[in-house]
Design a protein around this ligand. Structure first.
Ligand code: F0G
Length: 442
């Protein structure tokens, strides 16, 4: 526990960047759902089975079996987290002149595509960019836009098509099976591989079961296998739905691609049977994967996120609807219409939540996505503040406290002011940028 005076001091010291805070100075940490979940009894027990042989460890085979049970790709390449898989994949298939379509790239995916000189293009459906629209699958990719893009730039310049399930930057919104089948057909027509950014595959499958006609009687694991069968490969962060604190992988069916990726892996991550992970991590991920598709767990998980979102809606706070899987996204653009996008309304709101209640959230708006590849700054598609819910970590009373803090900040929203960015790095600026508060409306 601390006081608003202490929190105001801490965030000023941190250059008004929530990533620069000491976690000890945070009361409720909703910065991310990545690696912040609580491992289960059975995961901790699995950790004790970790075998640390350099090559061919039994823990590797346990991991491989658990991964291919849900995602039966021919090649599985373990990595220390999701962005390492992205880095390896795009180092091999990216490069100047290449274009990668995605329903919406998340920050590290976009950065890894752009780092190779390639262009990352988001093609979400229009409903996905409208926070108040209640479309059941707002993560869907715009099929006509995809066809138009591939025809325009030429299929030979598109190394692969990516679909992010669920769509993190767009509000944790799911992608339907039907949409994935349509993307598959476009890929087949142009001869393109389809890759999943599958971090939140289990939550996505739960939404398919709940919302897509004809799916309500299926096992989530079965839906996941069908989703995987539509793709040629995937990248994964085991820090999300697989319920681990670290880990990831890259998988694919193409032998030549796998060979090239494995060579990169050995250069930067490690031998192909551990890829930057300890044997005990591989065991924890394998057990987490088995738990991630449990219906009881997923019902609790999705319901507890909705609990927070629905409470904010009742308070009249604009949030992205329907409520997403891993997080509630407050529409800071709508709550703070007096702050222009490039004065960062999302950052202003995130700071206010911290100063008022020690609650740490994450801006997903023009701070994260406002810097273009050509160096210009342009407003992001939406100005959101994400309240991400770590898995199996907080209780309902913790969340009730968050609701109270949000209510009190929203009641005084008109008093909030924007910020000026006074330092930014070349890539992924939101992690290390520094800000100063504006004293007047610009
Ligand atoms: N793809 C998506 C959709 C993600 O959400 C993330 C990470 C990654 C890839 C990269 O995975 O962190 O293991 O390297 N998202 C975290 C977040 C950081 O807060 O949403 P990673």
């Amino acid at each position: 526990m601390a006081t608003p005076d202490h929190w105001r001091h801490c965030i000023a010291e941190a250059g008004y960047n929530l990533f620069a805070l000491r976690a000890d100075d945070v009361l409720i940490d909703l910065l991310t759902d990545s690696g912040t979940g609580a491992m289960s009894r059975d995961q901790w027990a699995a950790v004790q089975h970790g075998d640390e042989s350099y090559a061919g460890s039994p823990s590797w085979y346990t991991f491989l079996d658990a991964v291919t049970d849900l995602f039966p790709f021919r090649h599985v390449i373990p990595t220390h987290q999701g962005r390492a898989a992205e880095k390896i994949l795009f180092s091999v298939v990216g490069g100047p002149g290449k274009v990668v379509p995605n329903n919406t790239h998340f920050d590290t995916t976009r950065a890894n595509v752009e780092f190779t000189g390639a262009e990352a293009v988001d093609v979400p459906i229009a409903e996905g960019r409208d926070p108040g629209n209640r479309h059941p699958f707002k993560g869907n990719l715009d099929i006509a836009a995809l066809e138009g893009l591939v025809s325009r730039v030429g299929a030979r310049n598109v190394p692969l098509v990516m679909v992010t399930i669920t769509n993190n930057s767009g509000g944790g919104q799911p992608v339907s099976l039907e949409n994935l089948r349509q993307v598959r057909r476009v890929c087949d027509r142009f001869g393109l591989p389809l890759f999943l950014d599958a971090c939140r595959f289990a939550e996505n499958a739960w939404f398919i079961r709940e919302r897509e006609p004809g799916q309500s009687q299926r096992e989530v694991a079965d839906i996941v296998r069908e989703v995987a069968s539509l793709a040629d490969g995937m990248t994964m962060s085991a820090k999300k739905d697989p319920l681990a604190n670290i880990g990831g992988w890259l998988a694919c069916n193409d032998d030549a691609l796998a060979e090239a990726c494995r060579s990169m892996l050995i250069l930067t991550e490690g031998f192909p049977t551990y890829g930057g992970l300890a044997g005990r991590d591989l065991e924890a991920i394998a057990q987490g994967l088995r738990e991630s598709v449990s219906h009881d767990y997923l019902r609790y998980r999705i319901r507890s996120t909705a609990y927070l979102g629905e409470a904010l809606e009742r308070l009249g706070i604009p949030v992205v609807v329907p409520i997403g899987g891993h997080a509630v996204y407050v529409d800071a653009g709508a709550l703070l219409p007096h702050i222009p996008p490039l004065d960062y309304p999302g950052q202003s709101l995130a700071i206010a939540l911290y100063e008022a209640g020690g609650v740490r959230s994450c801006e997903i708006g023009s701070v994260m996505f406002g810097r273009r590849q050509d160096g210009t700054e342009q407003p992001a598609a939406m100005e959101l503040v994400r309240l991400a819910i770590p898995r199996r970590t907080y209780t309902q009373s913790h969340i009730d406290y968050v609701i109270e803090v949000c209510g009190s900040v929203a009641a005084d929203a008109a008093k909030l002011r924007g910020l000026k960015m006074v330092f930014e790095p070349l890539q992924l600026r939101h992690f290390t940028a520094r800000f100063e508060p504006r004293t007047t409306v610009s």
